[in-house]
Ligand binder design. Structure first.
Ligand code: NOJ
Ligand code: CA
Length: 686
């Protein structure tokens, strides 16, 4: 060896020794704009790990990764790094519906090829993608000798946070996401306190220290949200929180036998995602989750259309009518459907959901299985007549599949159930999974994840668009399956009708948490806020103007006008906003926001220069200026629906004012939101 080479070797060894005594094989990539830097490493005992900085400050400290598989395969330590590869990707794609027409997908990628140090030898990969607004990473286990079937006993993905951050969390419930968010420090998380919720038909919170995702947190000068993307053939990831070390560890929802995931090589996990931004509104603007999903598998998407709808629905929730003929008067009569269709048709609402039209509801909510066949109407509902009447008036029937959690039966009948609707020209179906799953499975298990996707692909075969209630969490699959329009997967408006109601802060939290996963069927638009004639002790805890603002703030390509026609008749001037507000957007701008407190969002209507603004607040009243500099050139007519001067979510929720004025992009609007209030603005380009 020449002297120069020996010297170089010594220098390299010294550098390695001094900087990497516990971390070897460090690799680094940064986001396209350089603000986020990801460093991967192997510890002395061969544990793979990563760290993340944002604007030079650490946001994820040394965090380890890996799997425990089958009987004794340990892919968490004593690993070696065989090779690495890097790549860059930058493309802008278009979507047929969404918060924006165009989506930029720009990231740098690093792949670690790892293997066990000792025999029997196994290899796997960890793929990292670093975007300007966060990172995603996933595990991939290739096909290889001695590793065909895989049982994942534990996924050990850590997120080691820097300090006792403030988090907005719901419990890591294996059966339901329908909880209120709690704001607390990580060390104060107590998911156990949310057990035995009286209004959840199915709930199981095994770990008092586990939360679900998206988990949004505030750090020192930044916001983080941890979630997952492309949840396919895998279990929902909850996060176990160690409040002392501020470390979150993936905790997958198991099969009944305790195994988390049963699969075969080659396999890949969903992406583990961390959105990292300065301002909370940037979380809402992020496209990281959809970008980490595959392009559409549906080639011709012309039949997929966003839509507004009404429903024979809220009247059951408030107790005016019922789903079953044996309870009180059933809501799903031909006559009642025609009444809704008349109103919808007159006010340009394209769809009518009818629940309770098919036999079986009298046995709903008990433990009976095989109660619904999805295709037999009650004698008082003439489905063909309702479809004909609606069609003549431009209102589509929206079908309903309440499975009552009996997925065994639904799987068996699904094809014929979709075929039934397809034959009748019904293009939208709302589905639901209230209650325990049959066969015994948790709602958020791998088995159910596979069922939910099976339903989406089957629906696509029948050219049917879906809106799923009690779904699996949204992880961006709408990119791959754009017929999966929307889903619930949160505590929606219905809770105001029969539970301890949603506080004003609830809707100010949703945009920064649940909505980061994807569209939300929240069912806004209740105008009869107190509905005292039906229930004295329940109410919606917002002003009427805030209900209007939700059409812009809470994104969904299917938006419900959830209240009853007779309640809308009393406020047709305010209903005009619901008539005018679109459900598909050219672009979206988040103008301000603080998690759980307030948010203002502006969206440009797809295909026009019209803009719509929604602004909402929690229990606190507030006012601010909204500069209109995002508008195109020219004159706009602004129609402003705001809280009346004396409005208050509880004391005076139905006080509102409607003003019209001419504005341009040089102007600002001064918005004044009442306590629990909001403002909705339509801006028509002249
Ligand atoms: C729960 C759903 O969230 C709700 O919208 C529906 O009305 C009932 N299940 C009945 O299916
Ligand atoms: Ca529900």
């Amino acid at each position: 060896m020449k002297t120069r080479q020996i010297l170089l070797l010594i220098v390299v060894s010294v550098v390695l020794l001094s900087s990497c005594t516990t971390k070897k094989n460090s690799k680094q990539i940064s986001s396209p704009n350089g603000s986020i830097v990801l460093t991967t490493f192997l510890s002395d005992d061969g544990k793979p790990g990563y760290e993340v900085t944002f604007d030079d400050g650490v946001v994820i400290d040394s965090s380890f990764l890996g799997y425990l598989l089958n009987d004794s395969i340990n892919l968490t330590h004593q690993l070696k790094l065989d090779s690495v590869s890097n790549s860059t990707f930058n493309e802008t794609w278009e979507r047929s519906w969404g918060e924006s027409r165009k989506v930029n997908n720009h990231y740098n990628q690093l792949t670690l090829n790892l293997s066990t140090q000792t025999s029997p030898f196994y290899n796997f990969k960890i793929v990292f993608r670093v975007f300007d607004d966060g990172i995603g990473f996933r595990y991939e286990i290739p096909k290889q000798a001695g590793l065909d079937s895989i049982n994942i006993n534990k996924e050990e993905t850590q997120f080691h946070l820097v300090g006792d951050l403030t988090a907005w969390w719901i419990p890591g419930d294996w059966e339901s996401y329908e909880h209120l968010w709690t704001k607390s420090r990580l060390s104060e998380i107590d998911a156990g306190a949310k057990r035995n919720h009286p209004n959840l038909s199915c709930t199981l919170i095994p770990d008092s220290l586990a939360v679900n995702t998206p988990l949004t947190m505030e750090g020192n000068g930044y916001y983080l949200s941890i979630h997952e993307a492309e949840l396919v053939n895998y279990a929902d990831m909850t996060l176990h929180v160690d409040g002392q070390t501020h470390t979150l560890t993936s905790a997958l929802v198991p099969w009944p036998d305790g195994i988390k995931v049963k699969t075969k090589t080659p396999m890949q996990s969903p992406w583990r995602t961390i959105e990292i931004v300065k301002e909370p509104g940037e979380l809402i603007a992020s496209n990281l989750i959809v970008n980490l999903n595959e392009p559409s598998k549906i080639e011709n998407t012309d039949w997929i259309k966003p839509s507004k709808y009404m429903g024979i629905w809220w009247e059951m929730h408030i107790g005016k009518s019922s789903w079953a003929p044996t309870w009180n008067n059933p809501g799903a009569t031909t006559e009642n459907a025609k009444k809704y269709i008349d109103f919808a048709s007159k006010h340009h609402i394209d769809g009518l959901l009818v629940e309770g039209w098919n036999t079986g509801w009298e046995n709903w909510l008990d433990t009976a299985t095989q109660i619904f066949d999805f295709v037999t109407p009650y004698p008082y509902f003439d489905i063909d007549e309702v479809i004909r009447y609606g069609k003549e008036r431009g209102v589509n029937l929206i079908g309903h599949h309440e499975t009552s959690g009996d997925v065994a039966t639904y799987d068996r009948l699904m094809d014929s159930a979709y075929q039934y609707y397809e034959d009748k020209g019904v293009k939208y179906v709302k589905s639901g999974y209230v209650g325990d799953i049959t066969p015994k499975q948790y709602h958020h298990s791998q088995w159910m994840v596979n069922h939910y996707l099976r339903a989406v692909t089957k629906a696509a075969d029948h050219h049917i668009m879906l809106d799923v209630h009690e779904p699996i969490k949204a992880t961006g699959l709408r990119r791959t399956w754009p017929n999966l329009l929307s889903r619930e997967g949160l505590r929606g408006q219905e809770f105001n009708a029969w539970s301890e109601t949603n506080p004003p802060s609830h809707t100010a939290t949703i945009p920064f948490t649940r909505m980061l996963g994807g569209p939300v069927d929240f069912t806004p638009g209740i105008f009869n806020i107190k509905f005292n004639e039906y229930k004295k002790d329940k109410q919606v805890n917002t002003t009427l103007a805030k209900q209007l603002a939700l059409y812009v703030v809470i994104y969904s390509p299917v938006q419900m006008a959830a209240d009853l026609p007779e309640h809308y008749e009393k406020h047709l001037d305010a209903f005009k906003f619901i008539e005018d507000v679109p459900v598909n957007w050219e672009q979206t701008k988040v103008l301000n926001g603080a998690v759980g407190e307030y948010v203002t969002i502006a969206r440009q209507e797809r295909g026009t220069d019209n803009w719509f603004i929604g602004s909402i607040t929690n229990e606190e009243g507030r006012d601010f200026d909204v500069p209109l500099n995002f508008l195109q050139e020219g004159n706009y007519k602004a129609v402003i629906y705001s809280d009346g001067p004396d409005a208050h979510w509880d004391k005076n929720p139905v006080s509102y004012t409607i003003d019209s004025l001419n504005v341009t992009n040089k102007d600002s609007l001064h918005l004044k939101l009442a306590q629990g209030g909001g403002a909705a603005i339509a801006l028509f380009h002249q």
